[in-house]
Structure formats: structure tokens, C-alpha cells
Write a protein that binds this ligand. Structure first.
Ligand code: ZN
Ligand code: ZN
Length: 188
């Protein structure tokens, strides 16, 4: 799997609603092939599957993709409410959770983040909603967040319209920082 590459960056869209994109159909071989074709058409290494308040869809789709399209990386995740904003959680190997603020819109009255917030990144671009780039850049600088560009696709054709070049080892290392017994070196 491409996710096993070491040291290289992967071209990933880390915020997609595949379930909504296929009209809420259960994941099966046909659905996996539709999603895989779109990922390949965009020239991506993979995507995160981040349904609203539901991790299960991403894990199911990942299982199918591992079996039928092992060249593509699927990261299971979910999108949740976080105050007035939305946060996407990515479930990385070894129980590590990487969190980023999605389509930041109402962030600007917010206090600075603390480590207890467990936020590691923020979208600088979202395929569906306007993002104030300058403000996000400043907020990310002050709070030491990774900047991400994602599609937030709700239809298949939008998957991969935005993407980020991602070093997953760096994601894991950042997400582990606040965890008890965390180590700085992570092997994916
Ligand atoms: Zn959202
Ligand atoms: Zn979303």
C-alpha cells in the first residue's frame, strides 16, 4: 500500500463524505470501485472518509479498498461539531487520532488553542466553503497547526478537487505529542 512508503509525501484529500456522495448506500464492491475510479482519475494516493458523526462507514470502505484496490490509501475518520465549528478526526494506526478544524468560519472570536483541545491542523482551503486565508494562516502560526486543503466532497465528482501533500509520519508525531507515554519517533 502506498501508505507504507517511508519518508515520502502522499497526495491525499482528507475530508470527503463518500456516504453522502453515493446517496447513503452501504459500502460494497461496486461503491468501492466508483470511489477508487475517482481517486485514480484525480491522481491521488488516497482519501480520508469523514462522514458526519460516523466512523463506521470509513472503516467499512477501507476494508473493501484494502481487498480490491490495495494501491489506494483510505484513512477512516469522521466529522464532528466542535463549538461553533466542525472538527475532522482521522484515525491513524496505533489508535492515534489527528484532528483538524474544518472550513473555519466562526473561529475568530475564539481563544487560542491549548494542548487539551487536541487540534493539530486546520483547513486553509475547502472545496465547498470560503476560507479567509490570511486569518487562518495567522491562527495556524500562533497555534502551530498544519495547513490543509481538502474537497469536503458531497458528490463523487468533487472528491479530490482539493488535496494536500501529506507526510503521515508527521501527522502521527503531532497527534502523539499530547498523549501519555508518547514517543517522538513513529513507524507507520
Ligand atoms: Zn462541516
Ligand atoms: Zn464536511
Amino acid at each position: 500500500m502506498k501508505g507504507d512508503r517511508r519518508g515520502g509525501r502522499l497526495k491525499l484529500d482528507l475530508h470527503t463524505h463518500c456516504k453522502e456522495a453515493v446517496a447513503f448506500q452501504r459500502p460494497d464492491d461496486r461503491i468501492a470501485t466508483i470511489i477508487a475510479s475517482q481517486i485514480r482519475a484525480r491522481g491521488l494516493d488516497g482519501i480520508a472518509v469523514t462522514e458526519h458523526n460516523e466512523a463506521e462507514y470509513g472503516f467499512s470502505l477501507k476494508e473493501l479498498m484494502v481487498r480490491h484496490h490495495p494501491d489506494l490509501l483510505i484513512i477512516p475518520g469522521q466529522e464532528r461539531r466542535w463549538g461553533l465549528d466542525h472538527v475532522v478526526e482521522l484515525f491513524l494506526p496505533d489508535g492515534v487520532v489527528f484532528r483538524f478544524i474544518a472550513h473555519p468560519g466562526n473561529l475568530w472570536g475564539a481563544r487560542d488553542l491549548s494542548p487539551e483541545d487536541g487540534i493539530h491542523g486546520i483547513e486553509i482551503a475547502n472545496g465547498q466553503q470560503f476560507v479567509h486565508e490570511a486569518r487562518v494562516r495567522e491562527f495556524a502560526r500562533v497555534n502551530d497547526l498544519l495547513l490543509l486543503s481538502n474537497s469536503d466532497a458531497h458528490v463523487v465528482g468533487d472528491i479530490g478537487c482539493n488535496y494536500s501533500m501529506v507526510d503521515l509520519a508527521e501527522f502521527s508525531a503531532r497527534a502523539r505529542r499530547g498523549l501519555p507515554g508518547a514517543v517522538g519517533v513513529v513507524t507507520l
